[in-house]
Design a protein around this ligand. Structure first.
Ligand code: GLN
Length: 196
């Protein structure tokens, strides 16, 4: 069974928990979900999910609780992470915002809320590298990825801007794959890279 830690200090935690369970089932695997609100749990997790929500809050709480350094170690040891929307903002190398202390686990910078305000949230059929059919991508006050390092693979773009990226064990999306039934992003983040 895959032990999946969902960062649960704030954000759409239960949606990610369901999404990883769906993806695991599709692989005849099971996922044991661990909600991370304190230090000491990340080191036992095979994979980590960093949900959408409010990046200023998530970043403040993971540093206060001593979780931030554990996430950095998890990635340094080559273990998979999926970071979506606010999660990607926190994972980035810079968010151009003093209120967000980023983790720098993905070599990319982001501009918060740059795909529009809440009312401009939208769903788009997204072409993703390796997917046969478009992925239904839900964008909610999504960050724009405004720089990616040369080792970062761009998996999908919208409006000529990267919206899904992979940097080693870390997959980041501007959109919310946890809000649709489609398991393919969780699949590529975890089951294409984890030995089964
Ligand atoms: N706008 C949020 C932030 O900057 C992210 C939005 C989201 O996760 N849906 O933290």
């Amino acid at each position: 069974s895959l032990r999946a830690g969902v960062l649960a200090v704030q954000g759409d935690v239960s949606e990610h928990a369901r999404a990883i369970e769906r993806a695991a089932t599709a692989h005849d695997e099971s996922a044991e979900v661990v909600e991370i609100r304190e230090s000491g749990l990340v080191p036992d997790c095979d994979v980590l999910l960093m949900p959408g929500g409010e990046s200023t809050t998530i970043s403040r709480l993971i540093h206060r609780e001593g979780i931030a350094g554990e996430i950095e170690t998890h990635v340094a040891e080559g273990n998979p992470v999926l970071a979506t929307c606010a999660g990607l903002i926190v994972a980035a190398s810079d968010a151009h915002d003093d209120r967000v202390e980023t983790l720098n686990i993905v070599d990319a910078t982001v501009e918060r809320n740059a795909f529009g305000r809440q009312k401009d949230s939208f769903e788009a059929p997204l072409d993703v590298a390796g997917f046969e059919d478009p992925f239904p991508a839900v964008f909610i006050r999504a960050p724009v990825i405004d720089y990616v390092g040369s080792d970062v693979e761009v998996l999908a773009s919208w409006d000529d801007r990267p919206v899904a990226i992979r940097d080693g064990p870390v997959v980041g999306t501007s959109f919310h794959p946890e809000l649709t039934e489609d398991p393919r992003i969780h699949d590529l983040a975890f089951f294409d890279s984890v030995e089964s």
